[in-house]
Design a protein. Structure first.
Lengths: 231, 248
């Protein structure tokens, strides 16, 4: 479960988030959309404990941030548009390093993940020799290695080829089926709205709309998005 | 496990979420050793950091040697100073790169997302930086013996090298993690670090000079005690402050 109340973040004198009230139930899949500069990544960085809010409160997986950030991180997986990997380590070494940091002792899970993301044959190759899409595939394994309850995705399709994108679609749908809580930032309105149960529109530092997929047609959602963003 | 739309399955945890560590201290040191292993493995493969530090140190030693070639007395008098100039500047270079590589490649966020006490990340990175400084010194000290004709490989001098580089790496790692967020980080780190590290440097230079001049232990011990004291203070402050420094 993810919850924020009157969440605000300023960078110097510039307000980026201006009182975000958000509630995502456990097991819900929500897409977060909005124009560039709306504060989407800032919101995700606060929820992932990488940034502190200037004002307001946030709770992730039942843990209050920032006071219980370490406990929250144990239940949190993040897949960002940057792969967050080490180029001078092999694919397997990267996963083994993160497994140790997350307290995952099951070595077989590393192999299973490498196979799942299609990198088992390249497990002993340095990550810096990988294409951008292959790095993103490995980033998916890194983010989900510890089987998190809450998954935050920030433009996770960046660099993926159609096959990689289909793989991520399948993984995301499976996570949703297993009732993991998912919050995904995307600029692809149609894709995001088709995958998620609910779409949030963040504009001008606030959540301006919350629309359920089963209550509104995709074309109508696109019209509402335009109206909210331009309004 | 649940069947996905592509007929494959997500690898599931044996117990969800990741099983809690058997003991907090064990988990802490496992995280420290993981960060240290990762830094050493990456560096011994790329050699980016060590080669830059080593080349810089050798250049400093050689330039001072050429400058003081005809003045043997001056060369012997400044040996301790030159030793610490090489340690400080190559160390600053290494500290800067160690953190800026993490930041530029985005892997610093990956580290900070892990569910470990963030001071464990600090301790792992500081140990790595300290080891790199010691490795450079291990190469440079024999060069000093040859070029400066000084007995650099005595145990007490090595103790000062170990303690001095520990103090510098401990406070340097903390300040490098602050400076890495700045656009002018290459300039920012020395500006922040050198004034703060003055007590360690004074104690290290004076202690090393005392050893080379074969002064009595009573004279040297004050610098030794000062170095121990500052190492403990720097490590404790950095341990407590790292979490606040790295968070936005």
């Amino acid at each position: 479960m993810i919850e924020t109340r009157a969440l605000a973040k300023n960078f110097g004198l510039k307000p980026v988030l201006r009182g975000v009230d958000l509630r995502i139930e456990a097991g819900e899949f929500v897409a977060l959309m909005g124009p560039n500069g709306a504060g989407k990544t800032t919101l995700l960085r606060i929820l992932s404990t990488l940034a502190r809010p200037s004002f307001g409160a946030a709770r992730v997986a039942g843990f209050l941030l920032p006071a219980q950030a370490e406990q929250a991180r144990r239940r949190l997986g993040v897949i960002a548009h940057q792969p967050l990997l080490y180029g001078d380590l092999t694919a397997e070494e990267n996963l083994r390093f993160y497994a140790r940091m997350y307290g995952v002792s099951d070595g077989a899970r590393l192999t299973e993940w490498l196979e799942r993301v299609g990198l088992a044959a390249r497990r002993r190759d340095l990550v810096r020799t990988f294409s951008r899409g292959m790095q993103q595939r490995l980033a998916i394994a890194r983010g989900l290695l510890h089987d998190p309850d809450v998954v935050l995705l920030d433009e996770p399709y960046t660099g993926l080829d159609p096959d990689g994108a289909a793989l991520l679609d399948a993984i995301v749908q499976e996570l949703a089926a297993r009732r993991r809580t998912l919050l995904m930032i995307t600029h692809d309105l149609a894709h995001g709205f088709a995958l998620a149960e609910r779409a949030l529109i963040l504009a001008r530092g606030r959540i301006e709309a919350s629309l359920r997929r089963d209550e509104i047609a995709p074309a109508e959602f696109a019209r509402r998005y335009d109206a909210v963003v331009k309004g | 496990m649940t069947q996905s739309s592509r007929g494959e399955r997500l690898p599931a945890a044996n117990s969800s979420p990741a099983a809690p560590a058997r003991s907090a201290a064990g988990a802490y040191w496992r995280a420290v050793s993981a960060v240290l292993w990762k830094d050493l493995a990456a560096e011994f493969r790329s050699k980016e950091l060590l080669s830059a530090m080593l080349v810089f140190s050798l250049l400093v030693v050689l330039i001072f040697n050429f400058a003081l070639q005809l003045d043997r007395a001056a060369r012997e008098n400044v040996a301790a100073g030159v030793l610490w100039v090489t340690a400080v500047f190559s160390g600053t270079l290494g500290l800067n790169r160690s953190l800026s590589q993490e930041k530029d490649r985005g892997s610093l966020d990956g580290l900070l997302l892990t569910p470990v006490d963030r001071s464990a990340i600090y301790v792992g990175k500081a140990l790595g930086n300290w080891l790199f400084m010691l490795l450079v010194q291990a190469v440079i000290l024999p060069v000093f013996v040859v070029l400066y004709n000084q007995p650099m490989l005595q145990p007490l001098l090595l103790v000062f090298v170990v303690l001095g580089t520990l103090g510098y790496a401990s406070v340097g790692t903390l300040l490098a993690s602050m400076a890495v967020h700045s656009r002018a980080r290459d300039v920012m780190l020395p500006i922040l670090l050198l004034p703060v590290a003055v007590p360690v440097l004074v104690a290290a230079v004076q202690g090393s000079a005392g050893v080379l001049e074969q002064r009595a232990w009573d004279e040297i011990s004050q610098w030794f005690n000062l170095l121990i004291g500052y190492d403990v203070i720097f490590l404790a402050v950095a341990y407590m402050a790292f979490d606040y420094v790295v968070e936005e």
